[in-house]
Design a protein around this ligand. Sequence first.
Ligand SMILES: Nc1ncnc2c1ncn2[C@@H]1O[C@H](COP(=O)(O)OP(=O)(O)OP(=O)(O)O)[C@@H](O)[C@H]1O
Length: 344
Amino acid sequence: MTAQPAAGTGALLDRPRERDPLLAVTGLTTSFPDGDGGRVQALDDVSFTVQAGRTVGIVGESGSGKSVLLRSILGLIDPPGVVERGDVVFEGVSLTQSSEAALRRIRGRDISTVFQNPAGALNPVVKVGDQFVEAVRLHERVSRPAAYERALALVTDVGFDDAAALMATRPYELSSGVVQRILIAMALVHGPKLILADEPTTNLDVTVEAQILDAIARIQVEYSTTVIIVSHDMGVVSQVSDEIVVMYAGRIVEHGETADVLTRPAHPYTRALIESVPTGRITAGTRLPTIPGTPPDLSRLGPGCAFAERCAYATDRCVTQTPPLVPGTHTLRACHNPLEAVAP
Ligand SMILES: Nc1ncnc2c1ncn2[C@@H]1O[C@H](COP(=O)(O)OP(=O)(O)OP(=O)(O)O)[C@@H](O)[C@H]1O
């Protein structure tokens, strides 16, 4: 891994003195029609930066806005969805101001994506090797043998011992976990600077999940690629991330170094997410812990903290004033009653 989380240093809070980030997201706000003549803000004033070489995990329950955030970064919000405000700057270039053609170039080369449900991403009956060679030659003029050699090296680098045999198989013969690892290798073909992985392990069993996370950890080491990984599972993001961004109802509620977020969360929602990670062996009949209550209906959000109605520490202020994301003792947090104050 490129950078180990600095345990308990609150290092993220020293950021302003660091070099320019690879990615800077500022005030990003994205809305969709609510079906009632109004609009829901699926993303509300989201700001964070990603330094080159780091892995950032974005975590939150279903509907918290994680996928909308990734699609907004990539310029892939289709009408009637709209990015209303904010900016996304990648390597000093504003993506929100870029033409569609420029965005397409960046998405093909500099920023790669890995999505959930890998099954449809490859042609099931065309040999993996042939599809890989095509992917290499899509943006580069290289011979087929050279493209094949590159593919072999990439597949080996994500942890397959017998890459040549794998290249001769067809995707329909492979499990979805193996296909997902091939797609991670494919995401690397043009040497991207940033990989966005949206729920790459969802619906895969724990052994396969471990292989996928291992593949992501390997590319961090081999290629120093910057990674943003999205998951609803704190257990998944904490295994590979240098820092963690926690989202709730379209807003960032906490952001810090992984060690700080895991050991000294300031937001009660972050702690609830950590406590909902199953520990020990899961068998049929094991009851997984869940966070009491349900995420709010975004079309009915009023003022105040969206988590207030599920929060044991909520006070009157929490239902009337939206807490800003500000530096706390160890992390950035958006909370009027952070845990360091109410439950030290
Ligand atoms: N195409 C759309 N049309 C209308 N509303 C949308 C659309 N896409 C997203 N939303 C709204 O944005 C909210 C956040 O969606 P998003 O997919 O980002 O959540 P998520 O955190 O990625 O959850 P999940 O893990 O379930 O995908 C949704 O609950 C919905 O209200």
